[in-house]
Design a protein around this ligand. Structure first.
Ligand code: BGC
Length: 510
């Protein structure tokens, strides 16, 4: 059955595909709230690193440099030590996300989320009370472990629980909560920036989103797939009945899950080995390419350093934070657009639209900065041009919000067969963190040396990824996870890698 425009013939009893029950809605909202902690951290670290008392206490040399303000505007914050504060989280997250593959398989998706929330909570408390750099870094490492676990487990959770027809919409919830975390953190930074202990409050308050998501995760049941995978068939049936609704016959879906588990068990191979088999090459390429591309859109450069960026293009420190808040709100609105569109027009449409939009904005930002601040970056940008930069960045953030933001979590969580799904997601999160680490470690130096050219660098990558999607990413909207192999079989390029599967289940109408 051709999957291109929708999904295969619906077999008897499989009408769960289109049904959104209150239970599945609540479960997925609660699960998606795991995104809060990641978003909160992204928002907080950008703001805290511009707070004077924070810099004075932990990074006095940067503070001195900023105070002298004789440096070229692109270079004020160019410090490896400062960026290592931000990016230490990503190294820890990288390690944790790889371990998380085992955990989500053996402990389940839900328990991995709980574990992530608790670890993050401890890290937040240590950061809030930090007396020296060592405590600061230790705290961040724990935060990193936390988001490593939750970012791995949550998207998989959402994709496994959501009705296939609305999987995209449900999955965007994760990015939506990341966005809420970012905006909340920006608002908190705005409020605390004026106080000498403000940074402590900003960092310490991370316990709040951690507590919210941990309690939430404790209240939901694990995904039917994960329960089946761990041999808990009775619980799996209960969990399925709960999310699909009372009047739905869940037996066929359960039978499919059991079948998938049997296939996985029969192979009995280390998933990190299996995933390198030729037949999974397309999946693997996506697990690497999608998160890598997401990061080279340059989003974190904007997210982490929006306040820094706005300050250095001439906004005062208050308006810098306001600018970051505006950017965050625009991003949030655009994620909602994605929620409503992703299962109707598909993933590819949003990727292509967002890609073109982001490309144009990055090129325009580069041109405006070149024209106004000069090649050396020593001329001051006028208020009206600074606002133009803000408008361009908002348009860019909207483009990201309806494309690479949510879809980079969605695609890796939906393309893999059950037996290597956690592994694929782990690789994807690890690549995401590794790329974020390298970029955040190098961005400020790059900005200092390449100046406005930095934005052209990202524009170039956006062009590459948009072309990549056009040619290599098959449309996955509406296809049940267990039938996902069909998209590769029918793809002009990837078909040569995958083995044609005998019909695996009756959802294909066979
Ligand atoms: C990305 C983060 C980014 C965030 C921005 C996420 O999807 O993975 O790196 O900071 O979106 O909202």
């Amino acid at each position: 059955m051709a999957p291109a425009g929708g999904f295969a013939v619906i077999g008897a009893g499989s009408d769960f595909k289109g049904k959104i029950t209150v239970s599945v809605l609540i479960t997925c909202i609660v699960a998606a709230s795991s995104g809060l902690i990641f978003g909160y951290d992204i928002g907080i670290s950008g703001g805290v690193t511009t707070m004077v008392p924070f810099l004075q206490k932990f990074f006095p040399s940067i503070r001195r440099k900023a105070a002298e303000a004789k440096t070229n505007m692109y270079c004020v914050y160019d410090s490896q030590v400062l960026t290592s504060f931000t990016s230490s989280l990503y190294m820890a997250g990288l390690a944790a996300s790889l371990v998380a593959s085992r955990l989500t398989t053996t402990l389940g998706r839900k328990n991995t989320m709980v574990l992530g929330g608790c670890t993050f909570l401890v890290g937040a408390a240590i950061n809030g009370g930090a007396a020296n750099i060592a405590m600061l870094i230790l705290g961040r490492i724990l935060l990193g472990f936390g988001v490593g676990f939750t970012n791995q487990a949550t998207p998989v959770y959402l994709s496994e629980v959501a009705p296939p027809r609305w999987r995209g919409a449900f999955n965007t919830g994760f990015q939506f909560f990341i966005g809420i975390g970012v905006v909340a953190a920006n608002c908190i930074n705005y409020g605390t920036a004026k106080h000498s202990w403000g940074w402590r409050l900003s960092l310490g308050l991370a316990v709040v989103p951690a507590a919210i998501m941990t309690i939430g995760a404790l209240l939901i049941s694990d995904t039917p797939s994960s329960l089946v995978e761990r041999g808990k068939l009775a619980q799996a049936k209960k969990s399925l009945a709960k999310v699909r609704g009372k009047d739905i016959d869940v037996e066929p879906e359960l039978a499919d899950l059991i079948k998938s588990r049997e296939i996985a068990k029969a192979a009995n191979q280390e998933p990190f080995v299996t995933i390198f088999e030729r037949q999974y090459r397309p999946h693997l390429v996506m697990a690497f390419a999608i998160p890598f591309f997401q990061q080279v859109t340059g989003i974190n450069i904007i997210a982490f350093y929006a306040p820094v960026l706005f300050q250095s293009v001439g906004f005062g420190s208050d308006s810098a934070l306001i600018a970051a808040i505006i950017l965050g709100v625009v991003n949030l609105g655009s994620i909602l657009v994605s929620t409503f569109v992703v299962d109707r027009y598909g993933r590819r449409f949003l990727f292509l639209l967002g890609g073109i939009q982001m490309f144009v904005c990055q090129v325009a930002v580069a041109c405006v900065l070149e024209a106004t601040t000069g090649v050396s970056g020593s001329k001051h940008i006028s208020k009206s041009y600074a606002i133009l930069v803000l408008v361009l960045m908002c348009t860019y953030a909207a483009g990201f919000g309806w494309s690479w933001g949510p879809l980079s979590w969605l695609i890796p969580s939906e393309i893999f067969p059950m037996k290597i799904r956690p592994t694929g997601q782990s690789i994807s999160v690890a690549v995401n963190f590794a790329t974020t680490f390298v970029l955040s470690q190098t961005f400020l130096t790059m900005l200092c040396h390449f100046k406005f050219g930095t934005f052209l660098f990202y524009a170039g990558w956006i062009a590459v990824m948009t072309i990549f999607v056009a040619f290599f990413l098959p449309e996955t909207k509406g296809i049940p996870l267990d039938s996902m192999y069909t998209v590769w079989e029918q793809h002009w390029y990837w078909c040569r890698f995958v083995q044609r599967q005998p019909s695996q289940n009756f959802y294909d109408g066979k």
